[in-house]
Design a protein around this ligand. Sequence first.
Ligand code: FAD
Length: 437
Amino acid sequence: MTVTWLRPDSAEYEAARRPAMPRYGEVRPAAIAQCSSADDVAEVLAEARRTGQPVVPRSGGHCFVGRSSTAGIVLDVSPMSSVEVKDGMACVGAGVRLPVLYDALDAEGLTIPAGCGPTVGIAGLVLGGGIGLLGRLHGLTSDKLAAAELVLADGRVVRCDATENADLFWAIRGSGGGQFGVATRFWFTGVPAPVAHRLHLIWPRDHALAVVEAWQRWAPYAPDEVSAVVKVTPEGVHVFGLVVDDLDQVDRFVVAVGSEPASTSIARMPYRELKRSVVGLGDVEHAEPQLDISKSAFFADSVPAGTWQDVLRSLGDAVLNLTAMGGEYNRRDLDWSAFAHREQAFLLELVAGTPLPAGEAALQAAETELRSTLAGLFAPLAPFSSGRAYVNFPDPTLDDPLKAYHGANLDQLRKVKQTYDPEGFFTFPQSLTPAAS
Ligand SMILES: Cc1cc2nc3c(=O)[nH]c(=O)nc-3n(C[C@H](O)[C@H](O)[C@H](O)COP(=O)(O)OP(=O)(O)OC[C@H]3O[C@@H](n4cnc5c(N)ncnc54)[C@H](O)[C@@H]3O)c2cc1C
């Protein structure tokens, strides 16, 4: 057995305990168990059972609401960090961060549709779905998952794919991390890494309404080869992403906006380079570390111009992000996998921030205030939202979170939970409960 146990008196504990999200930097686990294999994971789960301590898996540590942090045991899968690419398929350890996977695939002329965060873990991303620049062309990250290995609550190591434990395979593709067991390995089918145009257009902030209006009528319905994100910040309006071939698409969008961008940058480049170069585009620079809190929702249709106007006027220092769905995302049936959002036009995210306060009480107070700001900003948009939420952008304020995350797939997910985790050993706020409970 090779579990490395880091306890508060270990030299490495302080660095290892902090997740990527600063909001949870004050959480002090009783132990961090660094696991290198499925057997290690089984040992840690047995120890958690024996001692009655809560245990949560952590891959990249990016959960917005701190679900990979606990005062109990953090089961850290980051030592499982190998990637092997063979015959178009990647075998990926559950602790791999996205850039490592992209680099390994790129060496074979391949990639997968996945997110942009440079330190995001593959496990959290794929288990919740995985939205990214190639998604309109190739679907979710989880749509390219061919198989996975998990350790269940009772320590059994199971593989699941389209034929073996197919119900579990269905359930882990889009229902969110930490629901059924601890994933240790994933197998992905690679897609060709394209050469494409990287796009970055910037308009002055007072053009936000025209840009958002034109974008919502274009980006979700454009050909699959177009992936354009909008980011409205206090300083400007950014539209960035990729177009594989047809740049006339961009010209038509600019005509629809009704004014030329203040800055236009379009360059053709290999996909890996493109992916690297969009990280952080449009981000607002802050002199001090920030506490950012977000609220997001899916929309199946356009939002009226008057509503956008109200929201854009009240944004203040908050940021609005819009990500187009449609294309390959929406070509699967609603129950093809656990990801229940196949009829959506776009995903909206509002982000409000403040300088990072010190201490848990101050963090909580700041979070409460930011959530109240976000609720006010979101209120006019709510009637137009489909009421669906992305489980990888979790929101503790949702009225009916399980319906919002899982839609019509909820009942089947609870049956699968009953089969593989009947005691509800893996639990967290808004987690699935077994069907019999
Ligand atoms: C900077 C940033 C950029 C992002 N960009 C994108 C994007 O482009 N597209 C997108 O779709 N999302 C994006 N996200 C959201 C991201 O998909 C989620 O935050 C995701 O859950 C992060 O996964 P993680 O492994 O890093 O996080 P973690 O906090 O480690 O895990 C997230 C959840 O999964 C569980 N989990 C972790 N490891 C395992 C495991 N091995 N087995 C079972 N459960 C596990 C955790 O317990 C937790 O509940 C972004 C987030 C951030 C902070």
